[in-house]
Design a protein around this ligand. Structure first.
Ligand SMILES: [Zn+2]
Length: 244
């Protein structure tokens, strides 16, 4: 979502764009940016498909820190009736990085500014950080699957129209793979099981606990966070393979 890309990968892509921007010393317009993202996605899909004989290309995306919010929370932070504005589509159909971002305030008044919101709205609030983010904020955060937030720490979010006190919902997202039933059949795995992601390249790392999420609406996509991506030196050239 990888130049690697997509908002999941948003920070990486943004850095890529930024350097492009500086070199060419001219503004990229929206369609040029979208072309770059598409090209990047295609490169990723092509390089990944070389290591996958399955029904769909394997795409691995790095999720930069972000949050999911309920509509009520969006209105608290941005004003009554406010709707998230899609800025960039993610690889997963219907998901987008919103133009809106918030400031996150941790337990020791340390902050992360420009925390991106991913849409569409959900029925709960959740902040997904990398482990390094949590250390810099003075947090201890558990590894959880998305939505499993009972007993997790909270935080304060600040928007242009107000504050949101979250009593829970700050997590380090467990590395996971989204897939459709046809992919699950190909790999021989079931929903809520675990598989491995073998990452090649100069470092070479195998992640042993990739949580499997199966849904007919899902495209085959692995999500790891920025710490995990950095640890294995991930780039759009890095070969990856899912194994049971
Ligand atoms: Zn995901």
């Amino acid at each position: 979502m990888l130049t690697y890309v997509v908002l999941f990968g948003f920070n990486y892509e943004f850095q890529h764009f930024s350097s492009y921007f500086n070199m060419s010393n001219q503004l990229l317009n929206r369609s040029q940016i979208e072309q770059l993202v598409r090209a990047s996605l295609q490169r990723n899909a092509v390089s990944a498909s070389a290591t996958s004989a399955g029904p769909n290309p394997l795409v691995v995306n790095i999720s930069a820190r972000h949050c999911h919010l309920s509509q009520a929370s969006v209105e608290l932070l941005f004003g009554k009736g406010h709707q998230l504005t899609p800025m960039k589509d993610l690889y997963m159909d219907g998901q987008f990085a919103a133009k809106e971002s918030v400031t996150m305030i941790g337990p020791r008044s340390r902050v992360i500014s420009n925390l991106r919101i991913l849409g569409p709205c959900r029925d709960f609030d959740q902040v997904e950080l990398a482990y390094t983010d949590a250390i810099s904020l003075g947090f201890k955060i558990p590894i959880r699957n998305s939505g499993d937030i009972e007993g997790t720490p909270g935080c304060m979010l600040m928007g242009p129209a107000g504050f949101l006190q979250m009593d829970k919902g700050v997590i380090r997202a467990a590395p996971h793979v989204h897939m459709a039933p046809e992919d699950a059949a190909y790999y021989g795995v079931e929903n809520k099981s675990y598989m491995k992601l073998r990452v090649g390249g100069d470092v070479g790392v195998t992640f042993d606990q990739i949580y499997v999420r199966v849904d007919p609406a899902f495209k085959l996509e692995v999500h790891i966070d920025t710490d995990e991506g950095n640890a294995c030196g991930f780039s759009d050239e890095t070969p990856c393979e899912l194994i049971k």
